[in-house]
Design a protein around this ligand. Structure first.
Ligand code: 13P
Ligand code: 13P
Ligand code: MG
Ligand code: MG
Ligand code: MG
Ligand code: MG
Length: 381
């Protein structure tokens, strides 16, 4: 069977400021997913939140970009928005940027990652397992470094030296500044790995769209790489990407995929989406309540049975004492960075503040600049 994994995530309102969705919102999304499974649209579904973003993780056979699956997610987020509105929650409907998208919701606000594969539980995939990363309070290229390290650097993924992976992976890199359609380049690691790095270093402009096994021509990773403010034309919160990563066998093992997150690397995001702060790995369903509003990322793992259903249980990868050490590292890095407040590298560059209030403040001052009259040298006697 051709199976599709779809993850659609949106921030449609939160309790007590931008912290987490309400229990009623979560229950509603859960109930809608249950109905979609019962009526045959979905094979299976799972709902969780990261900060104030609700993620719906789905399996089905309708392919990527399917209008019905996307409309189901959109309507479900609208139902959660209406609860957020009734309860007076913050940012109700924030990520639903257009009135009524026809069909596919990619480009309409929610983060979308999807991939399809032949699901036969035989050949190169005798078992199918995958992970879903979901981030809040951070920019669209937050996975550029960790996914590069997991799929192109044997210092992080020794499995790359094994026969099923030694030919490397093909990176599809998307130019997120290009808004009229997706503009993508395909580059092979390891041959082109310096070219890949030259693009991915710019987290705000270039993002990984997908990664494909060069040996098996199988998609292993799909990422939602889109900039919300390129869609809305104004600041609308942070982009908060999601990623699907298949694992084991012909792909890296889970520990090889999560190990780069031990860096707690700096990304754009945090308060007012305008700072440069470390990405903290957190358990599923974590509220954003720490000092500074740190960028956070969660990671859920699933197996899939022969009919496309999730295992009866899931794995919460960052809910482990090993990650406490990384959380402390992230907090220490955050305290260091924020000790320099608004200065230089601690905040995002001017171009990234382009549509925000910070930009308006600077623009109003720019109007008051005057070219100083040239000082004339004293006339000689
Ligand atoms: P198990 O023996 O638990 O399957 O672990 C094998 C392994 O290779 C870990 O990467
Ligand atoms: P959200 O995208 O979660 O709304 O966060 C935006 C923000 O600006 C945090 O200060
Ligand atoms: Mg929010
Ligand atoms: Mg959010
Ligand atoms: Mg957001
Ligand atoms: Mg084992």
């Amino acid at each position: 069977m051709k199976l599709t994994l779809s993850v659609i995530k949106a921030d449609v309102g939160s309790v007590g400021g931008h912290t987490k969705p309400s229990s009623r919102m979560m229950a509603t999304v859960d109930r809608e997913v249950g109905k979609a499974i019962a009526n045959g649209l979905l094979i299976d579904g799972f709902v969780c939140h990261t900060g104030d973003d609700i993620a719906i993780i789905m399996t089905h056979t309708w392919g990527e970009g399917d209008p019905e699956v996307h409309q189901f997610a959109w309507k479900t987020f609208l139902a959660a928005t209406s609860i957020a509105k009734t309860s007076g929650l913050y940012g109700a409907g924030q990520d639903l940027l257009v009135d009524a998208p026809s069909g596919n919701v990619r480009g309409a606000g929610p983060a979308v990652a999807e991939l399809s594969f032949d699901h036969s539980l035989s050949g190169s995939r005798p078992a199918e397992s995958f992970m879903v990363f979901a981030a809040d309070k951070c920019g669209p290229g937050a996975y550029n470094l960790p996914l590069y390290l997991a799929f192109a650097d044997p210092m992080y993924c020794a499995g790359l030296m094994l026969p099923p992976m030694i030919k490397g992976f093909r990176f599809h890199v998307i130019d997120m500044d290009h808004t009229a359609g997706d503009s993508v380049i395909e580059l092979d690691a390891p041959a082109d790995s310096y070219h890949i790095a030259a693009l991915l270093r710019d987290n705000e402009r270039f993002g990984i769209d997908r990664i494909v096994s060069r040996t098996h021509n199988e998609v292993v990773t799909a990422v939602s790489a889109q900039r919300l403010h390129s869609i809305a034309g104004k600041y609308t919160g942070k982009d908060d990407p999601v990623a699907i990563v298949r694992n084991q066998g012909i792909f890296p093992a889970p520990e090889e995929i999560v190990s780069p997150f031990a860096k707690a690397h700096f990304v754009g995001g945090d308060a007012r989406g305008s700072h440069v702060m470390p990405l903290m790995p957190v358990p599923l369903n974590t509220a954003v309540t720490g000092m500074y509003c740190l960028p956070i990322v969660s990671c859920a793992g699933f197996s899939i049975d022969k009919d496309g259903r999730f295992s009866e249980s899931f794995t919460d990868f960052f809910d482990n004492p090993a990650w406490d050490e990384v959380r402390r590292l992230a907090q220490r890095k955050a305290i260091e960075m924020r000790s320099q407040g608004w200065s230089g590298a601690a905040m995002l560059p001017y171009s990234e503040l382009e549509y925000g209030g910070f930009r308006d403040t600077v623009s109003s001052l720019l109007k008051r600049f005057q070219v100083r009259e040239e000082r004339k040298p004293e006339a000689a006697e």
